[in-house]
Ligand binder design. Structure first.
Ligand code: C2E
Ligand code: MG
Ligand code: MG
Ligand code: MG
Length: 283
């Protein structure tokens, strides 16, 4: 909010400004409690292959089980966590929990478990020089192989400065996969792709609807092919969209048409419905 700074470095008063600052402090204090008292949850949304609809991975999505306000979506607290720096400990918890859960699924269900888990990371986390070491520790402590973890970044995360470029290089050296999320909405994504090699690009969900301008959806899948990286279509809500994106060449998709984000227990139930444990064990 540098624009709001007047002479002497003090912020020019705008109505609502104090309320926002107070709100941020309140959320930050409550979020510290949430971390300490185990109120954070991960939900997992299946990523499936097209056209089969087979589970290929899951994306871990944070929620806050607030004692009075119920389940809070990330859009309502992740920005506060980013602004206060609390995203660093929160993100560390996300990473460790996602690795632990995915390793547990693999121990229980073998090849029927989601092959990969994707974790969203914020710019603040990548700018922290300790991040790659924390990822290595999360993998080691959980026993999850590095290639089963995908770190999702956005364009703004990737150009974040600090240790960002170095950290991304270290993650690749560990064998962790990198996905460029919300692709197609940014300003300089082509330059970025040249400078920061990724393993996957996720077409932003604003490009899923049909009928609509599919110039970008088409260009992105062709770009992925030329680069030799995976293309995932996000936010697929209808069978028509799924068929359209498959016809364009998308081999993976994610969206309410296939499955909503769900608790870990519901992922396990879905795996068991398709591959009962006896069959998994016998295999
Ligand atoms: P994202 O990484 O792009 O995640 C996809 C979002 O789209 C999720 O929202 C998901 O529930 C939603 N979605 C999935 N399929 C559909 C669909 O078919 N239609 C529609 N309308 N929406 C769909 P969610 O869980 O509310 O997360 C929102 C954003 O919050 C995420 O966007 C991500 O940027 C951020 N986020 C979530 N978890 C974390 C986290 O652990 N750390 C950080 N730093 N950010 C997170
Ligand atoms: Mg994501
Ligand atoms: Mg996305
Ligand atoms: Mg997003």
């Amino acid at each position: 909010e540098a624009k709001g700074r007047g002479e002497g470095g003090s912020q020019r008063y705008r109505p609502g400004m104090e309320a926002r600052g107070a709100e941020r402090n309140r959320v930050a204090a409550e979020l510290r409690t949430a971390l300490a008292e185990g109120q954070l949850r991960l939900h997992y949304q299946p990523v499936v292959t097209l056209p089969e609809g087979t589970l290929s991975g899951v994306e871990a999505l944070i929620r806050w089980q607030h004692p009075e306000r119920g389940l809070i979506a990330p859009g309502d607290f992740v920005p506060h966590a980013e602004a206060t720096g609390l995203i660093v400990p929160v993100g560390r918890w996300v990473l460790r929990e996602a690795c632990r859960q995915t390793a547990a699924w693999h121990a229980e269900y073998g090849a029927a478990a989601p092959a990969t888990v994707s974790v969203n990371v914020s710019a603040r986390q990548l700018q922290d020089s300790r991040f790659a070491a924390e990822v290595a520790a999360a993998l080691r402590d959980s026993g999850l192989p590095a290639h089963r973890l995908t770190v999702e970044i956005t364009e703004s995360t990737a150009v974040g400065g600090g240790s960002t470029a170095e950290t991304l290089g270290k993650l690749r050296d560990l064998g962790v996969r990198i996905s460029l999320d919300d692709f197609g909405t940014g300003q300089s994504t082509l330059t970025l792709l040249a400078e920061c090699p990724v393993d996957q690009i996720k077409l932003d969900r604003s490009f899923a609807p049909v009928p609509g301008p599919d110039v970008i959806a088409t260009a992105v899948v062709q770009l992925a092919r030329v680069l030799g990286v995976e293309a995932v279509a996000e936010g697929v809500e209808t069978p028509e969209q799924a068929e359209h994106l498959r016809a364009l060449g998308y081999e993976q998709a994610q969206g309410f048409h296939f499955a909503r984000p769900m608790a870990a227990g519901d992922i396990a139930a879905a795996i068991e419905a398709r591959a009962p444990r006896s069959r998994v064990a016998a295999a």
